[in-house]
Design a protein around this ligand. Structure first.
Ligand SMILES: NC(=O)C1=CN([C@@H]2O[C@H](COP(=O)(O)OP(=O)(O)OC[C@H]3O[C@@H](n4cnc5c(N)ncnc54)[C@H](OP(=O)(O)O)[C@@H]3O)[C@@H](O)[C@H]2O)C=CC1
Ligand SMILES: O=C(CO)COP(=O)(O)O
Length: 336
């Protein structure tokens, strides 16, 4: 016996794999579930996930499997990292194998199309788990930087503060510093919305605009995020923290961001279909712009960026038209 605790990470994409490194460095034995058997085999044989994090050596404490029963057997902490739009289907298959008292952590940053559910809501609906078994980890955590063990902070949110504290201890590594929060709603809305803002910022970059434009979009995007999050019951201060401002700054500034890159290509005149055809990586904001726009409409919140981004992604408007429309909106006080 190693004395280390076992954790299952479900989803062997960029973030699931990088977070497995954090968990291993924090003292856990990690079983990383991959949906493709050949990827699980390659990860075990090569000690790297060449599809998503080429050149990054995985710690010995990480092993991969395609066998979901094996991954979940006897595990009291289950970390989920598939795309937001497939979580419900994935979790429906996983749920019968999850231990009845296991805590489930969402790493996803999206809102489900159609239902407009946040990921914690999907987890509750599919598994029946109460809020004390559902948590979120979110913050300025670009996967490649985390995998290279560059210093970063993050937020571990759970409605039950004791559970948040115990998770904080389980994921605290020498290069990854987690803070606790009980504001699951604020953390989830912050994580999903920053992807939409990053799309808008990417469009501005693709159009050739500079830092005034991107700073204006980031700041107004943060105001829009806080407006919706507060309407949904979040603490507005959460959005000033790592799960809001922190993640916005990282994602909107970094060429590593898939959402920002997606937006940049839209800004250069490509269509969403062309972009989808050339990448297998998830850009959550390209889907969640539609669900966040609908959530805002439902909540009576003004959400111009989500609305414009949704229109550009769907091909109803060009990126240039979006910038012009955003500027031409009826003037108003900044603090409304
Ligand atoms: N990358 C990052 O820096 C961060 C990402 N996140 C969030 O983590 C979540 C996962 O993103 P990330 O790991 O980056 O995504 P990637 O694009 O790197 O990987 C996608 C993962 O999802 C799997 N997948 C694709 N389609 C399905 C499906 N239908 N059912 C089950 N699994 C599927 C892929 O499997 P396969 O390889 O077999 O196709 C792969 O494991 C997203 O919500 C993202 O916003 C959060 C913080 C940081
Ligand atoms: O969430 C992220 C960083 O915190 C990753 O952003 P992208 O999904 O845009 O790459």
């Amino acid at each position: 016996m190693s004395g280390r605790e076992r954790v299952a990470v479900l989803g062997a994409g960029s973030w699931g794999t990088s977070f497995s490194i954090v968990l291993a460095d924090a003292g856990n034995d990690v079983t990383l579930w991959a949906r493709r058997e050949e990827l699980a085999a390659a990860v075990n044989a090569d000690r790297e996930n060449a599809d998503y994090l080429p050149g990054i050596a995985l710690p010995d404490a990480v092993s991969a499997t395609h066998d979901i029963e094996r991954a979940l057997d006897g595990v009291d902490l289950v970390v989920m990292a598939p795309p937001s739009q497939t979580l419900r289907e994935n979790l429906t298959a996983w749920a019968p194998h999850i231990e009845p008292h296991a805590v489930m952590v969402s790493l996803m940053k999206g809102v489900e199309l159609g239902t407009l559910n946040r990921m914690s809501e999907v987890i509750h609906q599919v598994t029946g788990a109460g809020p004390e078994r559902i948590a979120v980890v979110t913050g300025p955590n670009l996967s490649k930087e985390i995998a290279r063990r560059e210093p970063a902070a993050s937020v571990v949110a759970c409605a039950d503060e004791d559970v948040a504290r115990s998770l904080q201890a389980r994921v605290h590594s020498p290069s990854f510093r987690p803070y606790t929060s009980v504001d699951v709603v604020g953390c989830e809305v912050g994580g999903a919305y920053k992807n939409v803002v990053a799309l808008a910022v990417g469009m501005a970059v693709g159009l050739g605009f500079g830092d005034n434009t991107t700073a204006s979009l980031i700041t107004r995007g943060l105001a829009e995020t806080a407006r919706l999050a507060t309407a949904l019951g979040a603490n507005p201060l959460t959005l000033m923290g790592l799960a809001g401002l922190g993640d916005l700054v990282a994602t909107c500034s970094s060429p590593l961001s898939r959402n920002r890159s997606f937006g940049e290509r839209l800004g250069r005149g490509q269509t969403s279909e062309q972009i989808y055809a050339s990448t297998r990586q998830v850009a959550e904001g390209a889907k969640s712009c539609s669900s966040l726009r609908a959530l805002a409409e439902q909540s009576g919140c003004d959400a111009p960026l989500a609305t414009y981004v949704d229109d550009v992604v769907a091909g109803r408007m060009t990126a240039r038209e979006m910038m012009d429309a955003a500027l031409a909106r009826t003037p108003k006080p900044e603090l409304t």
